[in-house]
Design a protein around this ligand. Structure first.
Ligand code: ATP
Ligand code: MG
Length: 409
């Protein structure tokens, strides 16, 4: 049997990038031989094994044939006769279809090295169109390598468009889609992921609510970039620049969805877009079965981001309602993430990227003031039940009034 490194490990070494996980392909072996060597099989009908020591993935060389809709609609053929070239041709991109032996000799039948140099994400063969997940994968790689100057080859984008129009994207499971979306959002240039999906028509299918933001104007005084879609992309870019976690990036992507519902006659104003957007945020959350923390933050940021921007003008009672809505007493981290998303929203405006955001510290100070109200003395005074709750609120309001008067920003 011959063993080669393939995929990301070879690609990233050639790019001079750190290699984290290594995928291997095994040519000329049978399942029985692998098991005899102590490899552990993963999955039932998939000829993939884990190395007994390193835990890395070793796949038997295989060919694939499309046999139906979606990811389940594939038949695999693995046998010792399948050649390295036959295995490489089923891979998505030429830069992912280079194999390397233990002497660092490369097998590169589809010219992945040439495309690495040309900075091109190019499909290996027309069979690319057989798996709709590849649309998301290519968009994710575009987001990851945009900084290095990579773009999607026009003929690959054309195939992605064909896939998007064929209805095949609908066959993706929420789990597989979310895995790609969440990884893409954590890349260096997550906005490129959205741009590429939009360019091939996949955004309209997967996230019509986000697609609808392009072409919707906002008031130039607050939003020099005007276009709501362009703004959303900039907010996402700021979130990556500021190394925000996934929860914040997801909330950034969805915060303005309500603006896509504004009737044209009301443009460029978007009255109550925060509230109107909630049902869209909920729908998209559920479509991809986003994790609970992502879902929650997106809804809260959608509803309250304008409160964040107007923090310094909020009445103490409104400020208190905001803090209560976030349950800052038990969920301090979530409020920090809200503040971060608001700041990214403010910075995601053309020419205002560097402007300071005093609201952030003001909100933190308000949270500290509200939290400083001690419950014990109120218990000692004999308050209990709903009365205790009311009294705590009164004390917190007092603390916020005092805070508002003294806060220096
Ligand atoms: P990463 O750095 O994200 O791990 P990777 O290229 O190693 O990138 P993996 O998902 O680990 O990506 O897959 C390993 C290899 O398997 C890919 O490089 C590619 O050759 C192939 N591959 C994975 N998924 C697909 C797919 N859906 N269609 C075609 N080829 C795929
Ligand atoms: Mg990999």
């Amino acid at each position: 049997m011959r063993i080669y490194k393939v995929g990301g490990a070879v690609r990233d070494r050639l790019l001079g990038k750190p290699v984290t996980d290594i995928d291997w392909v095994v040519v000329g072996a049978t399942t029985e031989e692998m098991l005899a060597k102590g490899f552990r099989p993963v999955g039932a009908d998939f000829p993939v094994f884990l190395h007994p020591k390193s835990g890395e993935e070793y796949a038997l060389a295989r060919t694939e044939r499309k046999s139906g809709r979606g990811y389940g609609g594939f038949t695999f053929h693995a046998s010792p006769e399948v050649t390295l070239e036959e295995d490489l041709i089923r891979r998505d991109l030429t830069i992912n279809a280079i194999a390397e032996d233990d002497q660092q000799n490369l097998t590169d039948p589809y010219h992945g090295q040439r495309d690495l140099e040309a900075r091109l994400l190019r499909h290996v063969s027309p069979a690319f169109a057989e798996d709709p997940l590849r649309v998301l994968r290519v968009a994710r790689f575009a987001a990851r390598y945009a900084t290095l100057g990579f773009t999607v080859a026009p003929e690959t984008l054309a195939l992605m468009r064909q896939l998007s129009e064929s209805g095949e994207l609908e066959a993706l499971t929420p789990e597989r889609s979310w895995k790609e979306i969440s990884r893409a959002l954590m890349e260096d240039q997550p906005q490129v992921f959205v741009e590429v999906l939009r360019a091939c028509g996949a955004l309209k299918v997967l996230m019509p609510e986000v697609d609808a933001l392009f072409g919707v104007p906002q008031p130039p005084a607050h939003h020099p970039e005007i276009d709501t879609g362009a703004h959303t992309l900039s907010v996402l870019q700021q979130a990556a620049l500021h190394k925000q976690p996934l929860t914040v990036r997801w909330a950034c992507l969805l915060h303005d969805l309500g603006k896509g519902l504004t009737p044209e006659e009301e443009w460029p104003r978007h009255i109550a877009h925060e509230f109107k957007g909630l049902k869209l945020i909920k729908a998209i959350n559920e479509r991809f079965k986003a994790p609970r923390d992502c879902q929650e933050l997106a809804l809260l940021v959608g509803e309250y981001h304008t409160h964040g921007h107007r923090a310094l003008d909020l009445k103490p009672s409104t400020l208190l309602e905001l803090l209560q809505s976030f349950d800052i007493y038990r969920r301090p981290q979530r409020f920090e993430e809200f503040i971060a998303a608001c700041e990214m929203d403010a910075r995601g405006r053309k020419g205002l990227e560097e402007r300071s955001y005093p609201q952030a510290n003001y909100l933190r100070g308000a949270a500290t003031a509200a939290r400083s109200v001690a419950v014990q003395p109120l218990l000692e005074k004999g308050f209990k039940g709903p009365e205790l709750g009311e009294e705590i609120k009164r004390e917190r309001l007092k603390a916020l009034k005092a805070y508002k008067e003294t806060a220096s920003i």
